[in-house]
Design a protein around this ligand. Structure first.
Ligand code: NAP
Ligand code: SF4
Length: 674
């Protein structure tokens, strides 16, 4: 039986054939800027070996003014040429194909030298752009076409012209950013001139037998964005200008609608691409939140696109296609769309990696090799840290026994998955279970690890996780007080008015859990309504004129923190705004700079500031404690006392700001070294 017949069907482009319908979409990993091109080459070669049909590199700047930031990777010098050649050679040796993305950031460039059709500053950059004159526009087109020519010389199989996400080319298309009155602005014909000219000139520069992908913004999600009619018109012109494939872009970077976060439904924008199907003669790729072969197959068999683009899922698992081909999709490490180790890193200047797969972009550094000294290893705790350590140790050839007193693996993730919008955690826990089974790790669930049953092991890894912190608030033993574990794990009944103590990751998750009924992440029409996304055939840019229409909150929730700073400030760099906006839509109140005076029949008593001013009573049915965590080290301490040497990882090691990213990374790295 052929698994995934649509997804695995080759795509004949005339002059070349892609071996399947899966594109690895462009991701900026910050690797190119580190100058270690062997590492860049290995990153792509690893994914080529995993069977993906075509890959696109991170954005390469066509010139200094178009770089996303000063010093962004380009293809200017002989040295650059040799570096890119290293990548293309390694990919071709691995049997893959790779296109280079040409990204001109326009007014999104983080530099005072940035250029744009008009001097309209973007809300996400401090720099007002310099308006281009006719000569300046010609230079940009020339530089893009010249970069495409060099890409061919460097051995790439194609280029992707980045025409979406609100970057330079996209900025010409809409009146919000293009105020010009010359032949590059005004009517739509004029505003389309730049993208068309770019594609024509790129085609001319590279010849006929070279892939030219044009990434087209199919729903801008910004005011005064393109209409669907304009999108279709542009797509037809882009085809005429010589593009081989049209890829989908969803939303400008400044859009206030989540487009790739975990709370976005899977394949949540494939319907947008589908609207273009049949309107052009070249293949169309769809994108966003496609993270499982089942999802890809459904999109393709439904005729919503000719090909699917997955980006982050290839960080999580380079062998996505190979595993699907062999019918082992259950072994594909799932991208949970958290952004924690990829985009949050990219935007902090760090190398992107993956929460689920710390080897991503560290292929040359974090190498898991077979052991030459087989050991008996006990791992205690089947949360993310423990499972990762167990899997890696077993992969290396050690004998591994994994203990957990719970009856299931996953640890705290089993609570996280209860939160609306975090359903992807189910997949992660399932993947842990499938991998443990496949690697034949001995599982001893429902069993407490003790000094006695840990005897006889060469190494003991303690990954016992965390315990909720005791906030020591006067009256916290009142019946109206619950812990987050009571609610998320034991499903305690919660009243209609709730005070949440703690505005960290768990306080925010708790608030989301309490105000949300059915999860909109599981119901696409509902999710689109909640965020104000409309059919671009009906509403310009795909923004509903009536704005976001969330359901009424299930409960009235107030979230408290002692720090005077804005609650939620420390949440993920690229996702924090979504959590804050979601709770705001559900009328969750936030109070910062508070002191917890006591809890009694009247509710939660608070005051403000060091002087304990403005006393207030928050009447509520329940107070839920989400006041952080402390390490659960009791076993580790007992073992150490008994003279057993232990490795302590994950939350049991450091509870502060514990997250699955650090836990998994630590687990893999430790086991790689034993
Ligand atoms: P956290 O993020 O450290 O937040 C703890 C909260 O409790 C803070 O608001 C803190 O604010 C408050 N707090 C600390 N000590 C307190 C005390 N003695 N009395 C009362 N309040 C106290 O911890 P968390 O919310 O438990 O989350 C744990 C970790 O899980 C997070 O760091 C995060 O990495 C991970 N997580 C992540 C996500 C995500 O979306 N990425 C979601 C859930 C969990 P004040 O000290 O100012 O009061
Ligand atoms: Fe996906 Fe999170 Fe990994 Fe990024 S860090 S690739 S979003 S799982």
């Amino acid at each position: 039986m052929t698994h995934y017949p649509h997804m695995l069907e080759p795509l004949d482009l005339g002059f070349t054939t892609l071996k399947n319908r899966v594109l690895m979409g462009s991701m900026h990993t910050n690797l190119e800027e580190r100058g270690d091109w062997n590492r860049v080459a290995e990153f792509f070669a690893t994914r080529a070996r995993g069977g993906v049909g075509l890959m696109v590199t991170g954005g390469i700047a066509p010139n200094a003014e178009g770089g996303v930031f000063a010093g962004a990777g380009g293809l200017y010098t002989d040295e650059d040429m040799a570096n890119h050649r290293l990548v293309t050679d390694r990919v071709h040796d691995a049997g893959g194909k790779i296109a280079m993305q040409i990204l001109h950031a326009g007014r999104y460039a983080y530099s005072p030298a940035c250029v744009a059709p008009s001097p309209v500053k973007s809300p996400i950059s401090p720099f007002p752009p310099n308006e281009l004159d006719e000569e300046g526009i010609e230079k940009q087109i020339h530089d893009i076409a010249e970069t495409a020519r060099k890409a061919r010389e460097a051995g790439y199989d194609g280029v992707e012209v980045m025409g979406s996400e609100g970057y330079f080319i996209n900025q010409f298309l809409v009146t919000h950013t293009n105020k010009r009155t010359d032949r590059w602005g005004g009517s739509y014909e004029n505003r389309m001139r730049l993208p068309i000219e770019v594609v024509k000139r790129v085609r001319k520069a590279v010849g006929e037998d070279f892939i030219v992908i044009y990434r087209l913004s199919m729903i801008d999600l910004v005011p005064n964005g393109s209409t669907h009619e304009e999108v279709v018109q542009l797509a037809q012109e882009i085809e005429k200008a010589g593009a081989t494939i049209i890829n989908t872009g969803i939303g400008w970077h400044e859009a206030r609608v989540p487009t790739i976060a975990t709370s976005v439904p899977r394949a949540g924008f494939a319907w947008v691409t589908k609207k273009l199907m049949g309107k052009v003669g070249i293949p169309i790729i769809t994108s966003n939140r496609i993270n499982h072969p089942d999802v890809a197959e459904e999109i393709l068999s439904d005729g919503a696109a000719d090909m699917v683009s997955l980006a982050r899922p290839f960080l999580a698992d380079p062998d996505f296609v190979a595993k699907a081909e062999t019918g082992r999709a259950d072994l594909i490490a799932p991208c949970i769309a958290c952004n924690q180790a990829c985009l949050d890193h990219t935007f902090s200047g760090k190398v992107s990696s993956c929460l689920v797969n710390p080897k991503a972009a560290f292929e040359t550094e974090l190498v898991v090799t077979p052991t030459d000294q087989r050991k008996k290893i006990a791992v205690v705790g089947a949360g993310p840290a423990g499972v990762s350590a167990a899997l890696t140790a077993k992969e290396r050839g050690h004998d591994v026994v994994l203990f957990d007193r719970a009856d299931e693996v996953g640890g705290q993730l089993n609570m996280a998955k209860q939160v609306p919008g975090k359903e992807e955690f189910f997949g992660l826990v399932d993947w842990f279970a499938a991998m443990l089974d496949d690697r034949q790790v001995t599982l001893r669930l429902g069993e407490e690890a003790t000094e006695e049953n840990l005897q006889g092991f060469d190494e003991v890894i303690v990954a016992t996780g965390v315990l909720p912190r005791d906030p020591q608030i006067d009256g916290q033993d009142h019946p109206k007080v619950l812990g987050y574990v009571d609610v998320l794990r034991h499903k305690a009944e919660v009243g209609k008015t709730v005070a949440v103590i703690g505005a960290g990751g768990i306080g925010f998750d708790m608030a989301e859990y309490l105000v949300t009924g059915e999860s909109p992440t599981e119901n696409l029409p509902e999710w689109l309504r909640e965020w104000g996304v409309a059919d671009p055939e009906q509403a310009r840019g795909g923004l509903a004129p009536e704005g976001p229409q969330p359901d009424a909150p299930e409960r009235h929730v107030t979230v408290f923190q002692r720090k005077a700073e804005k609650p939620g400030k420390r949440l993920g760099k690229t996702t924090g705004w979504i959590h804050r906006a979601a709770l705001k839509m559900k009328q969750v109140e936030m109070k910062a700079g508070v002191n917890y005076e006591r809890i009694d029949d009247d509710g939660l008593h608070i005051s403000y500031g060091e002087a304990r001013e403005r006393p207030e009573v928050i009447a509520c049915d329940h107070v839920i404690l989400c006041a952080g965590q402390v390490s659960e080290r009791s076993l580790a301490d007992r073992l150490e006392k008994a003279g057993v040497s232990v490795h302590v990882i994950g939350g049991a090691d450091v509870a502060a700001e514990l997250d699955a990213k650090r836990a998994i990374d630590q687990g893999v790295r430790l086991a790689a070294s034993l």
